[in-house]
Design a binder for this molecule. Structure first.
Ligand code: TRP
Length: 442
């Protein structure tokens, strides 16, 4: 069990804050034209994300096991349809898919840690930064090597268990990351000369640039960044102390997560405009813009290395939450040790990850549906389909399927707040997600 409410917040925020905020949010927002996308994203976080996060935490804490077995017991206890158990299984699948590309991108960040530290970017211009990024992703050996190292670290920490490794890591590193982001925002504001252009890209409501697929991506990003829809938060909820308020905790986590994402955008977009780069640069956006900024800064090699170190840690505190549901289940099911379970889960995700590692080099021209590479496909299917679907099923189960007394006891809020949560969970969140699916796909 987490030692306190603060530790649960730290761990859940550690899961939520990761590459999704610093790497994925800016590039997805950039690809979808900024402003309107960001607004839809914020709407999804607070209207759909927070109530669903509350549902996930409460199911986890009521079940007190791995998501798969928690769902089995809650279904049995509530005399609900056994099909609800699909939530647990789908979640484990989504977890594998996400981790498989997550570890590859985290590997890039680790490589940048060392490149920054060696002063490779000192005084670099936009063309050099772009070339350096392409050189890394083209290098299969390097990409697979870093991917392997990141996965090994994830396995090692997950094998020690959620409490031991995690609490101490998150307690120090998350505030440090936050502090460095503040420094970067100030740097971007003072030196880029394009701070207002960056802000207006992020916050002006340019509806004509947004497509229905963009709306779907905003929703997918909301689920991804909050770690929702696959049981990660449910697995963490299983270790949450009984007397902690679920709804206010969920709101706090969402707020922290959102601030980090927005700050990251406020660092990156002014730099994009100042250096004549494309907002729709894609997955390389952060890896091209930030080294540029550090390259111009006094002491930039040092701060750059520290920054990528913190990004790596933010990624690890997220990746261990991606493996936790599957590990917890393996331990219960096969009565095996945590170490063995972590090795099996991490090994499988590593194997799938090779596909994403190859997507930027040897499999560059291998396209699946709609011209998507293996990486694109994993990312699209997990974030835009499996997570929202998993999230809706969680909401529907918490709203309709489960014994209502359990939700009342777990949430322990005033009748008014409870009714609001229940209404959003039963009607608003599911309708919104299905509407977006419908509009985006048809
Ligand atoms: N939220 C993390 C990020 O933004 C990624 C993540 C961790 C995640 N655990 C998850 C995403 C579970 C979806 C589901 O980087």
């Amino acid at each position: 069990m987490w030692s306190s409410r603060l530790m649960f917040i730290m761990a859940a925020a550690g899961s939520a804050v990761g590459l999704g905020n610093i790497w994925r949010f800016p590039y997805i927002a950039g690809e979808n034209g900024g402003g309107a996308f960001v607004l839809v994203y914020l709407g999804c976080i607070f209207l759909i994300g927070v109530p669903i996060m509350a549902s996930e935490i409460l199911l986890g804490r009521a079940g007190r096991q791995s998501p798969i077995n928690a769902m089995r017991d809650l279904v049995a206890h509530s005399n609900a349809n056994p099909l609800w158990q699909a939530i647990g299984w789908m979640g484990a699948l989504a977890g594998f898919m996400i981790l498989s590309f997550y570890a590859v991108i985290a590997g890039w960040a680790m490589s940048y840690l060392f490149q920054m530290g060696s002063g490779a970017f000192t005084g670099a211009d936009a063309a050099q930064a772009t070339t350096a990024f392409d050189a890394l992703t083209d290098d299969v050996g390097a990409v697979v090597g870093w991917h392997t190292l990141f996965m090994a670290m994830t396995i090692a920490i997950a094998a020690r268990g959620v409490g031991a490794g995690l609490e101490s890591t998150v307690k120090i590193l998350m505030p440090a990351l936050f502090f460095l982001l503040v420094v970067l925002v100030i740097y971007s504001a003072v030196t880029s000369g394009k701070f207002t252009a960056g802000l207006s890209f992020l916050f002006s409501f340019n509806i004509e640039k947004l497509t229905w697929n963009g709306v779907l991506m905003a929703m997918g990003q909301a689920f991804f960044t909050l770690s929702l829809g696959m049981g990660a938060i449910m697995a963490y909820g299983a270790y949450m102390p009984k007397d902690t308020s679920i709804i206010s905790t969920a709101a706090t986590i969402a707020l922290l997560d959102t601030v980090v994402a927005l700050m990251s955008g406020m660092v990156i977009f002014p730099l994009v405009f100042a250096n004549g780069l494309e907002t729709a640069e894609g997955p390389g956006l952060m890896f091209v813009t930030l080294p540029l900024a550090f390259g111009q800064m006094t002491g930039g090699a040092f701060f750059g290395a520290v920054f990528f170190l913190l990004v790596t840690f933010a990624a690890i505190t997220s990746s261990i939450s991606l493996v936790e549901p599957a590990i917890a289940w393996l331990i219960e099911r096969l009565k095996t040790t945590r170490t063995k379970a972590a090795l099996v889960v991490g090994g499988l995700a590593w194997l799938m990850g090779l596909g994403s590692a190859f997507s930027f080099n040897v499999w560059e021209d291998l396209h699946f549906v709609n011209g998507m590479t293996f990486f694109d496909l994993m990312d699209y299917v997990s974030n835009n389909i499996l997570l929202p679907l998993g999230g809706v099923l969680i909401a529907l189960f918490a709203g309709w399927g489960i014994d209502q007394q359990i939700t009342r006891d777990q949430l322990a809020v005033s009748p008014g707040v409870y009714q609001i949560w229940r209404f959003v969970t039963r009607f608003i969140a599911p309708t919104a997600v299905f509407l977006v699916f419908l509009l985006a796909f048809f």
